[in-house]
Design a protein around this ligand. Structure first.
Ligand code: NAP
Ligand code: G4F
Length: 323
């Protein structure tokens, strides 16, 4: 039975990846940091089928212990401070979690001295103020937030450990991917939930920031499959994972309102400049040709399908939740 250790198992991707690996017959271990509040909502249905280990990307010893306990064949490093606006207000903490945390884990793996395969959750935020359209594995990086800068460090330290120590280490440059399990503060989930609440009469309007920004949005379940595929190849490599389509935040809003039968969406949306970022990433669109050719990976859910499934899920959830 193959064994996998997943950091960030309580997050959106961690929960889908854990499900995917269990279905593949893996023994799954998840690193979970201590909190005074409950953080296992996304993996509660998996309890008993995953082994949770105490640990934190800030604490080297806890990473060493997690490796000793799990003796994994594969390590997926999904743990991070992943919300871009928070990286502007907490840049040093973001650097510690999202950047240096990768080195702590890689160093623990190197000293563990076993043939572990490593996946690093890199991000299209590294392309930032894009210098090429669409973005590929060879597009130069130009990050626009402390988060993007921290992810760039994590990307290069992964490449460096591969080249320096022969580690099987891959960096997956994933474009935005969403689901009903997405954190409430990210734009697509905030929109889906807000639209559902407006439809049900629980909310009057939706406050948003920059509606012009464009993203290449996919479905998280499709994207965790690509992570696993990267670790099943003969040689480690880096891959862009994207749909190859770009849409504006405004288009997402329009489709979400349309899903609940509201066409005059502008009457419900207020643009709040306080939600604009000090530096914005205006346009992301990835070219997944390499992932398609080498991993045989294709996204299965379209942009409209994604908007619809997110709105439907929040409608169902909000209908069950008393105000
Ligand atoms: P998420 O929902 O925000 O989950 C982040 C996870 O990291 C949570 O489990 C969180 O634990 C954990 N974490 C935070 N700080 C930690 C620490 N110091 N030690 C250990 N764990 C820590 O993020 P996601 O959307 O699943 O994304 C997964 C990864 O992919 C992240 O690295 C993200 O930056 C990257 N990524 C995401 C996207 C996307 O569109 N979703 C695109 C590209 C890259 P708590 O539950 O305790 O907070
Ligand atoms: O949903 P977002 O917060 O995602 P963002 O900043 O693109 O980052 C996400 O994707 C990255 C991959 O490219 C990940 F690495 C990262 O961890 C995260 O998962 O914002 C998307 C866009 C931005 O341009 C933002 O300015 O939506 C715009 N936006 C407009 N109104 C808003 C809002 N974003 C948020 N969060 N909240 C708003 O009210």
């Amino acid at each position: 039975m193959p064994r996998a250790l997943v950091t960030g198992i309580t997050g959106q991707d961690g929960s889908y990846l854990a499900e995917f690996l269990i279905e593949k017959g893996y023994e799954v271990y998840g690193l979970m940091r201590r909190s005074s509040v409950v953080t296992d909502q996304r993996i509660r249905h998996l309890l008993g089928r995953v082994e949770l280990l105490d640990g934190d990307l800030l604490d080297e010893g806890s990473l060493v212990r997690a490796l000793r306990t799990s003796t994994p064949d594969e390590v997926y490093n999904l743990g991070a401070q992943s919300f871009v606006p928070a990286s502007f207000t907490a840049p040093v903490m973001t650097g510690e979690f999202t950047g240096l945390g990768v080195t702590r884990l890689l160093e623990a793996i190197r000293l563990f001295d076993a043939p572990v395969r490593f996946y690093q959750a890199s991000s299209s935020e590294m392309f930032g103020k894009v210098v090429e359209v669409p973005q590929t594995e060879t597009t130069p990086f130009y990050p626009r937030s402390p988060y993007g800068v921290a992810k760039l460090y994590g990307h290069w330290i992964t490449v460096n450990y591969r080249e320096s120590y022969g580690l099987y280490a891959c960096s997956g440059i994933l474009f935005n991917h969403e689901s009903p399990r997405r954190g409430l503060e990210f734009a697509p989930r905030k929109i889906a939930r807000g639209v559902a609440r407006i439809k049900l009469g629980k909310q009057k309007e939706l406050h948003l920031g920059n509606l012009e920004a464009r993203r290449d949005w996919g479905y998280a379940k499709d994207y965790v499959r690509a992570m696993w595929l990267m670790l099943q190849q003969d040689e480690p490599d880096d891959y862009v994972v994207a749909t190859g389509e770009t849409h504006s935040v405004g288009e997402f809003v329009e489709l979400a309102f349309r899903r609940v039968g509201i066409e005059n969406w502008r009457d419900y949306v207020t643009v709040d400049t306080a939600l604009f970022r000090p530096a914005e990433v205006d346009l992301l669109i990835g070219d997944p040709a390499k992932a398609r050719a080498k991993l045989n990976w294709e996204p299965e859910v379209s942009f409209e399908g994604l908007v619809n499934l997110m709105v439907d899920a929040d409608l169902e959830l909000e209908a069950q939740t008393p105000e």
